[in-house]
Design a protein around this ligand. Structure first.
Ligand code: GSH
Length: 216
């Protein structure tokens, strides 16, 4: 069990940072937040690249360890703070499902709407992002029909839920029609009742600008 308070380098509306905030809050782990402003390019500064050579957030510092990549960060958190809720289920098949749902978002959706990609394309950014988020959510809706209970995987909150909520924030930001996804929407409604999810929302972060506070 770590002895010092973890430090999370993050950005209020970074979906990958938001995943880690939810995981830490679900496990009731107090942490210090250090904002890295992606809009100002602070993530590609020499200083930040010493923490993460890829110039991205989140970065989580726990004791003497610097961790990058939200998925293995959440798995690591779950292992070293091994109290409930277990974000990776004990059952191997449920653990597979948890990782499968997380991966659809992690490698199948989020990279297509990442800032570094949007800054390089000549197409309309909103149309591009909503197209790829929509394709991913179409697949996710079908998978979740099989795996969901109250949450993504049955009735226990898992890492998959930490991935889902931030992706839905981005879906709205890029104006995806959420009416097409009743299963996803029902899970989101349940998750939004949890305090851990509420306090991790971008609008609750110290670096959230006033004008972005009413984005749901
Ligand atoms: N697979 C990485 C992706 C990290 C990532 O793409 N982070 C975004 C914010 S959500 C970022 O820092 N983008 C900066 C940029 O694209 O310049 C993870 O899950 O942590």
């Amino acid at each position: 069990m770590p002895v010092t308070k973890p430090i999370l380098y993050n950005y209020y509306r970074s979906s990958c940072s938001y995943r880690v905030r939810i995981a830490l809050a679900l496990k009731n782990i107090p942490y210090e937040c250090r904002p890295v402003n992606l809009a100002k390019g602070e993530n590609v500064s020499d200083e930040h690249k010493k923490l993460n050579p890829k110039g991205e957030v989140p970065v989580l510092f726990i004791d003497d360890k610097m961790l990058v990549q939200s998925l293995p960060i959440i798995e690591y958190i779950d292992e070293i703070y091994n109290h409930a809720p277990k974000l990776l289920p004990d059952d191997a098949y449920l653990r597979y499902k948890t990782r499968m749902v997380s991966e659809i978002i992690n490698s199948g959706i989020q990279p297509m709407q990442n800032l570094s990609i949007l800054n390089r394309i000549t197409e309309d950014k909103q149309e591009w992002a909503s197209h790829f988020i929509g394709l991913g959510l179409d697949a996710l809706e079908k998978e979740l029909k099989e795996t969901a209970g109250k949450y993504c995987i049955g009735d226990h909150v898992t890492m998959a839920d930490c991935f889902l909520i931030p992706q839905l924030y981005n879906a709205r930001r890029f104006k995806v029609d959420m009416k097409k996804y009743p299963v996803i929407s029902a899970i989101e409604k349940e998750l939004n009742k949890l305090d851990a999810v509420k306090i991790s929302h971008p609008s609750q972060q110290t670096d959230c600008p006033e004008e972005a506070k009413d984005i749901l």
